[in-house]
Design a protein around this ligand. Sequence first.
Ligand code: HDE
Length: 730
Amino acid sequence: MPKRPSAPKPPRRAPRPAGNPKQEQLREVTRDSRDANLATNQGLLINDDQNTLKAGDRGPSLIEDFHFREKITHFDHERIPERVVHARGSAAHGFFRVYESLEDITRAGFLTDPARRTPVFVRFSTVVGSRGSTDLARDVRGFAVKFYTDEGNFDLVGNNMPVFFIQDALKFPDLIHAVKPEPHNEIPQAASAHDTFWDFISLMPESTHMIMWLMSDRAIPRSYRMMEGFGVHTFRLVDAAGVSRFVKFHWKPLLGLHSVAWDEAQKISGKDPDFHRRDLWEAIERGAFPEYELGLQIVEEKDEFAFGFDLLDPTKIIPEELVPVRRVGKLTLDRNPDNFFAETEQAAFHIGHVVPGIDFSNDPLLQGRLFSYTDTQLLRLGGPNFHEIPINRPIAPNANHQRDGFHRQAIDPGRVSYQPNSLGDDEPRQANEAAGGYVTYPEPVAGTKVRARGASFFDHYSQARMFYRSQSKPEQQHLIKAFRFELGRVTTPAVRERMVMHLTQVDATLATLVAKGLGIELPADPVPPPNRSVPADGDPAAFQHVDLADREAVSPALSMTSTLPAPIASRRVAVLVTDGFDATGVAALSKALASQGATTHLIGPVVGTIRSDSGEAMELKYSVLTTSSVVFDAVFVAGGPAAAQWTSEADAIDFVRDAFKHCKTIGASGEGIELLRASAVPVGAADSPDPADDATIVTERMTRAAAIRFRDSLAMHRLWTREPELHLPL
Ligand code: HDE
């Protein structure tokens, strides 16, 4: 078995073009003595990096100062255009391994050899905001995976939602223009709650399904480590015999599927806008490696038309209950990038980067993306040689006759740069299929040239309805409130009304409750607003919704509660402590949590040293001023003689009150209970056998039993049943 290459580690120094061996030798000789010194980009050692060259020590600067000019020119050009969408992102290295050979469905080497450890680079992102925007925007998350396989790079460029807003790539610029900050004043940043977005959406019934996902808690994940990923489009897998099957790609997080509350998201945006980036970075640094299983939904070619929706329509899912998700392998992220710009920013994903055994369908959105990604890299990365940037280089050799262009790194030897040739033994030459040459699946295609989409694309509401009906009660309530929030920020009444009229076609209760929140009266017999995505000469009647699917369908897998209780590994618990706190109780809690990988963080009135009741001195990294409960998953207030002083500290009261409002597990012992009372948080009991009991966990002294109850409650993620007590009925 040949040795597999490990994850490509970008060189720490500038990549050296392979070339003149003499030069290389010279470099070897001088490297050791020179590496510790500053040098210019030409290798000249720098003697003074503090002062520009001047005519006299109080005189004007001289243009002769080549060092200053090189340094400042480089600095002036440090920024490159951010991605037009998905500008804000965070990434990690890792590896993928398939559980068992999938040779029955694909010839892709990395999916047929369980011994193979394929290096990957994964970039998570938001879509709408600029590069410096908050991680916690209500938004779709990108989930882009680059597999460095032995047969070339395969990029699975997906999202954390399985459908998309539009059916045809031609509408993408319109969608993005509508959702980005409004062009006259560039407001709002990283938010869909504004008129232009909802104006567009309310005229595009095909967006309704995606909008349900966007208004659901999926749009505000707790962590990149706790969200699903989807390839969205239908792709093809092709086996060694050339048989093709349709496939939908899924990523299933092993930590379960979790989100924060909307109020929590907005507060995190202020307290720690890097929350998701930090969470990913810290988890990997601590060795809590994020893991996701790759899932496949396979549809035989003969079943292409067996569903009440079109497999080529990216606004539709295949419910897991109809076609189960087969979990076939695991992705593990185990290394943070060394340099954000070089790796995360310069990574160039492209849906067209495929390997033998993986092919495309005719999904019109997918087809459009096949053009867009290379085109965008040309601008963003400054030319056609972005594949030479270390993070984008395949581990498979990539000899060809492409030459020159901006930023070319390779020094291509020889006189031959064409094929066929006889002067260079015709090398490199084409590979036949047996040797791994990529052969496109010979799908028969026939038709008339038209600008049109299939009639089967016009069922706009059935799956939106299925999504809503499949949610748990708390999830439905969050969705209704998200609509109230977003449409409540829309200033044009006609836009709000049109949106609510779409919702009447999804679910009557949903529409009624959203309308109520907006002060809109619904007619007794609501009519859906017309579809305005109609060609100039099109018949509007032909573009209206048609019901093709079962109106009563539900898919339990669509509810995030399906992954509860979930592992608590890497969950963060805040413990409020004061001088003389009950160290034994806190240790019992920490031990119970640590046994399953959760971490405890001591928070005091100020940072610095604190003493426990046993006299032990401890360093506090956080105070109630420097952090907040929104960046923790649960809160415990430790007892102790000074704990009652918390009741006079507004930041401590907010700490506990917010945790309660955001439905987190809360506990307190001894004098710490006073803070719960001061925060108007009901005081519960330590002995409920039900982990989903939303009462606070209160005990005179922290016992092992109470600690275990706290831990089990944390595994329920959030105690959403608490919410109705906190708000007026919807
Ligand atoms: Fe993208 N998308 N997209 N997209 N997309 C980009 O490529 C585009 C779509 C997705 O971390 C751009 O390098 C078009 C669906 C991710 O670097 C650009 C259409 C899905 C990322 C582009 C879509 C995605 C991008 C911008 C409609 C989920 C970030 C910068 C036809 C399946 C990748 C870039 C990263 C990025 C075009 C729709 C996922 C402009 C034209 C659907 C995760 O090329």
